[in-house]
Ligand binder design. Sequence first.
Ligand code: OAD
Length: 241
Amino acid sequence: MIPLSLDGAAHLLVLTGAGISAESGVPTFRDAGGLWEGHAVEQVASPDGFAIDPSLVWRFYSQRRAGLTGVTPNLAHHALVEAEARLGERFLLVTQNVDGLHPLAGSRRMLEMHGNIMRTRCSACDRAPFEDRTAYGDGVVPLCDRCSAPLRPDIVWFGEMIARATLAAIDAFVRAAGSHLVFLAVGTSGVVYPAAGLVDVARAAGGRSFLVNAEPPANAARFDHIVIGPAGRALPALLGA
Ligand code: OAD
């Protein structure tokens, strides 16, 4: 096993993607060829797709909400909770996942950069996002009870901006870490930016970079160390959890 020493001043920045939840039974986005019932993922996860067919988009997310019932975190999620307990302020988890399994496992120093599937917000007014576990029936598009516009999942879709506060928090962590930064990506295909570019940010800061994935992702060549294997086994081993 390659060394991932977290002694001294090491700061661990972790980026996770759908692959970390695969062993909990949550389907990843691209393992089925990037398609859902014949629709490209981008079609059901973009403002344009929502404008064209909001009912299709709600069917996609309602199915994913229903699929999360009873799903629990796995050994990889728990290994990150343990790393956070060890490192305290020298730990930051950034997840692209919207399934809520990291907070369920107990992660607290964590940013959900693509939102959370169990929250809904208005597509038009500034009503605050709210928790919503409803799996809407076929063809149903829920409406805002304040302005009557269609409600939408509180997810950062393709073509939308990551929250400025999230990017600022990552930036602050990278600056504080300097060359003590250890970047670790887990279960992500490395094709969606800005997440896929975090490895370059870590390299520019002079840090070391590690990757745990079931197969080499698109940006594999930019990592210093790669572990190919299932996250539930490989991650606890790598972190010494
Ligand atoms: P993907 O579905 O693109 O990639 C998942 C990666 O996890 C693949 O490279 C798999 O090989 C790997 N994988 C599968 N099972 C694994 C396991 N047990 N252990 C380790 N790795 C495993 O998911 P993301 O990279 O998360 O965006 O996708 C990025 C974004 O694109 C998502 O956040 C989502 C999506 O469309 C939005 O919803 C906005």
